[in-house]
Ligand binder design. Structure first.
Ligand SMILES: NC(=O)c1ccc[n+]([C@@H]2O[C@H](COP(=O)([O-])OP(=O)(O)OC[C@H]3O[C@@H](n4cnc5c(N)ncnc54)[C@H](OP(=O)(O)O)[C@@H]3O)[C@@H](O)[C@H]2O)c1
Length: 512
């Protein structure tokens, strides 16, 4: 990553003492500084409610960088970043805090605040989005329109909690910022193997001709976490797996797998194709939801041999909570490429392992010659391993050595880290840099958000209408039986993640 004048900006983080800032944003800024990608005039201002001095804040940030940064913590790099970090104490609702912020920017930048490039990062609960945007406008800190100096605003997910609230929020923001100034985060888009999807599909002659209903039997997407809700119980209990992951990451992944070739690599052209996918998803009614979804909530269990509490016993979660910690969904995309090809999506917490994978499963080959031998065999598959141990695998059939014809599936693995090294930018590092560059390719447009909520709202409505029997899966298991039934009724099975062949190699490399 190169330093550029675009990076000479004031980044104001609203929610600067929160979990996201300490675990992701500040370590990402450190990694950028490590790579010399932050301009000498770059400044970050932490905006939060608690009283603390600059020095206290810097010390806290250093502690989190030591804990969470991917790069080696070096004193000279930290000292360069430290001098760029400032703390501004204020309530989000206190207008005077924004006027003080204006003067503070002038003080630390040595020029009028209105002449500075500014990025406002809302790492705060979405209930504050409106008041923050409003106060920024009233205080003259932000201007509508894409011009120099730039003023951009970044929103963390969730963007609204249904279509109505998202649309209201979008209208409010639209009064202060143009769409080009708005960056809605879906950090999954910045994961290296997710970015690789377009290259895999459109820069290789061997996949694209097969990428349609004639050759593909179905697509599966699994985003599984072994962690529970950690310290985010009170947020998660209001969101659940459907809103927290399905509405954004999962539908984004499905769109990237299913989209048509965009006119160019321009952000708007790529987003346009993704919106078309979301709009082409076969509509379903509230009554049909139970046929195409499954949900679950974890009870007690064991993760890596250690006892794990039930969801209802987690901090911040209601004892009688009906919030789902697992969601599965079957979608059909009603267009010429995908007619009749189901997309099965599942995501959950406290599952057996942390893994995010896409499986593109090909149809059985024409039954000639090896008809008998292929009877119980597995289908050919392309597997994109988003995390951990990023890579791509191709599963095909091979002959087992010996006189008889025996056929077994084998996998050819591409290990991303073995080829390109371990220092691929973390998602937030890439995203922060892109905001400063004004590149919104890896962010979601309003059209994507709007169409995702339209689908999810129908599921929410159906689920709210019927109380589930929770808990229905053990922590540390593969999820609820209902999710198996969802796919098995179509004569298919969830593909359980397998360690790639390069796992041991990576493990040994990491120990060195
Ligand atoms: N954490 C994650 O991994 C993660 C992942 C994806 C998305 N997100 C999203 O990112 C946002 C932030 O999440 P988080 O986990 O970092 O939240 P958090 O740990 O609860 O932090 C909230 C931050 O907001 C500040 N704050 C709260 N109320 C305030 C007020 N009235 N005035 C001024 N400051 C106030 C807090 O400041 P004080 O400490 O001074 O009170 C704190 O800095 C949320 O929208 C969340 O959904 C988080």
């Amino acid at each position: 990553m190169q330093q550029s004048n675009h990076n000479a900006c004031i980044l104001v983080i609203f929610g600067a003492t929160g979990d996201l800032t300490s675990r992701k944003l500040m370590p990402a800024l450190y990694d950028l500084e490590f790579k010399n990608a932050l301009h000498g005039h770059f400044r970050v201002i932490g905006f939060a409610r608690r009283k603390k001095t600059n020095e206290e804040y810097r010390k806290e940030i250093f502690d989190s960088i030591k804990k969470f940064s991917k790069m080696k913590v070096k004193n000279d790099v930290w000292e360069r970043l430290r001098d760029k970090i400032h703390y501004h104490q204020s309530e989000f609702r206190d207008f005077d805090g924004y006027m003080r912020l204006d003067r503070f920017i002038e003080k630390i930048s040595g020029q009028k605040s209105k002449n500075c490039n500014k990025v406002f990062y809302l790492a705060a609960s979405s209930e504050f989005f409106e008041v923050i945007v409003d106060n920024l406008k009233k205080a003259g800190l932000a201007f509508k329109g894409s011009r120099e100096p730039y003023h951009r605003v970044v929103f963390e997910k969730p963007f609204g909690n249904n279509l109505k609230s998202a649309a209201k929020l979008n209208d409010i923001i639209g009064k202060s910022f143009d769409e080009e100034q708005i960056f809605r985060i879906d950090h999954y888009l910045a994961k290296e193997l997710v970015q690789n999807l377009l290259v895999l599909r459109f820069a290789n002659s061997m996949f694209e001709p097969l990428w349609n209903y004639k050759y593909i039997d179905h697509v599966q997407i699994t985003v599984a976490e072994d962690l529970g809700v950690e310290k985010r119980g009170s947020y998660y209990d209001k969101a659940g797996a459907l809103h927290d992951v399905m509405q954004n990451h999962m539908l984004q992944l499905a769109s990237l797998v299913a989209m048509e070739l965009p006119v160019s690599l321009n952000a708007a052209d790529i987003k346009e194709e993704k919106v078309k996918v979301l709009r082409s998803i076969e509509p379903f009614s509230v009554k049909e939801v139970h046929n195409i979804t499954a949900r679950g909530q974890y009870g007690e269990g064991k993760i890596s041999g250690k006892k794990a509490a039930a969801y209802k016993d987690e901090e911040g979660v209601g004892k009688k909570s009906y919030t789902e910690t697992f969601a599965a969904l079957k979608l059909k995309i009603d267009n010429l490429r995908w007619t009749g090809v189901p997309f099965y999506l599942r995501t959950g917490k406290r599952l057996r392992e942390r893994v995010a994978e896409i499986y593109v499963v090909f149809k059985q080959s024409t039954p000639v010659l090896f008809h008998e031998h292929l009877k119980n065999s597995e289908l050919n598959m392309l597997i994109v391993r988003i995390q951990p141990e990023e890579g791509i695998s191709l599963q095909f059939n091979a002959k087992v050595p010996g006189a008889k014809i025996l056929i077994e599936p084998v996998r050819m693995d591409f290990c991303h880290e073995c080829k390109f090294g371990p220092n691929t930018p973390e998602a937030y590092e890439r995203l922060l840099n892109d905001v400063m560059l004004g590149d919104s390719t890896l962010f979601t447009s309003w059209g994507e958000v709007e169409n995702s909520w339209k689908l999810i709202d129908t599921i929410t409505k159906a689920w709210q209408g019927k109380k589930p029997k929770f808990p229905n899966y053990e922590a540390g298991s593969c999820g609820p039986r209902e999710a198996d039934a969802l796919i098995e009724k179509d004569g298919r099975k969830w593909i359980e993640p397998q360690k790639p062949s390069y796992s041991v190699l990576l493990e040994n490399n990491h120990k060195k």
